[in-house]
Design a protein around this ligand. Structure first.
Ligand code: FEO
Length: 400
């Protein structure tokens, strides 16, 4: 028997928890798994909003059939073509060969490219509506949140926004489907919503801002994303988060990331962390770039205004795991961070120069004097670490 989880009288959630996949998009660790959500509207005309990833296809089609209870599926609305949501399209078409596929002009080539599907396509554009009976759906384009064809579907009747990747999260739904069914503070959601945002959508902050402005005039009672919780009690909370993250507002706190071969740079990181605490900074996170996946580090950097990078010099340049992190951050274009710099080298040096060049490229403000130790940090280096921590704490002191 299939689960019947209803958003409203005729609107059903169909979601799959994926606890087996290790890497989303073959690169993002899924320690807490991920959920793929789709939705079914069982009106005079029936409509399915997106599908599920291919491994769930058999169960997905059976779930749709059970909810429709012998009725035909009239529309398959494609909000997004990435395979985590489109992976069951061909199986849905095989089960319902007369289904009309609804998408925009950028959906078409992707649908053809991924699945060789081009028939029974209903082309819609910005603001178009689709009548199902009691429900009227309206479509809005949100390009690059997360792909060019990304769009959202708004149920005018029940005031539900089917928001696609926007407002989604890593992490499985462990029984709770709606935001008020769980305690947000004691679950992974606060961290995993931001890790999803920063790593998957974060590069497209300008487009997120445009989407928020466009959708801001709608009367929204529920936000139903394609991953994670459905928002109905804390809609202002998640919208405020998106507004903050997409405009790169940093909170009071410091993320220290080090790349250390023999422990000398790590020692400096620990001194700086302690000195920051002594200066009254309450939120200090320390990451070893060799051990912690960049998605977690970037997640913290997206949250906090202060960043301090330290690297050993390696082959006259920067330690490779740190180089990877700097490259990712430049790619995302995160703005408005304050940067402290430190490192160690045993002869020529080089890592400090590269971190400073990174700061110049990404337009982050360098705080205090860079600290470079020769091999093991000495008393003079440690005192410079103290000065760096003090300068950073002073810089952050105005943030509430
Ligand atoms: Fe969840 Fe961009 O796909």
């Amino acid at each position: 028997m299939a689960l019947k989880v209803q958003l409203s009288d005729k609107v059903y959630w169909l979601g799959f928890n994926d606890r087996r996949k290790h890497l989303f998009e073959n690169q993002w660790p899924l320690e807490k798994g991920i959920t793929y959500n789709s939705y079914l509207i069982d009106d005079e005309k029936t409509a399915l909003l997106d599908t599920a990833e291919a491994p769930f296809s058999g169960d997905f089609v059976n779930w749709v059939k059970e909810l429709l209870n012998g009725k035909q599926l009239d529309y398959l609305i494609i909000n997004h073509m990435e395979p985590d949501h489109s992976g069951s399209i061909k199986d849905i078409i095989a089960e319902y060969p007369d289904v009309t596929i609804v998408g925009n002009r950028k959906t078409q080539p992707l649908l053809d490219g991924f699945y060789g599907v081009s028939e029974n396509f209903k082309l819609i554009a910005e603001g178009d509506t689709l009548e199902l009976g009691k429900h009227t759906l309206q479509f809005f384009m949100i390009p690059m949140v997360h792909w060019p064809e990304s769009m959202v579907t708004y149920d005018i009747t029940d005031k539900i926004l089917f928001s696609n990747d926007a407002f989604g999260s890593f992490g499985t739904l462990n029984g709770g489907v709606f935001d008020d069914e769980i305690d947000l503070n004691t679950t992974c959601f606060n961290e995993e919503v931001r890790r999803y945002y920063s790593n998957i959508v974060g590069k497209y902050g300008i487009q997120v801002q445009k989407a928020l402005a466009k959708l801001g005039g709608l009367d929204i009672k529920m936000i139903a994303p394609s991953h994670g919780l459905i928002w109905r009690s804390q809609i202002p909370y998640i919208i405020e988060k998106y507004n903050k993250w997409s405009t790169h507002v940093g909170e009071k706190g410091v993320v220290i990331v080090f790349g250390s071969m023999y422990g000398n740079t790590e020692k400096m990181a620990d001194y700086i962390a302690r000195f920051l605490i002594e200066e009254g900074v309450k939120n200090v996170q320390v990451h070893d770039a060799s051990k912690t996946h960049t998605s977690y580090i970037i997640n913290d950097i997206w949250k906090y205004k202060g960043v301090i990078f330290g690297s050993a010099t390696y082959n006259g340049g920067i330690f490779p795991p740190m180089a990877h992190l700097l490259s990712d951050l430049e790619h995302y274009g995160l703005r408005d961070r304050c940067l402290g710099v430190f490192g160690s080298s045993s002869w020529g040096g080089g890592s400090i120069r590269i971190i400073n060049k990174f700061a110049e490229n990404i337009k982050w403000e360098v705080i205090g004097e860079p600290v470079e130790a020769r091999s093991t940090p000495k008393h003079v280096d440690i005192e410079m670490c103290r000065k760096l921590a003090k300068a950073m704490a002073e810089k952050l002191s105005d943030i509430k």
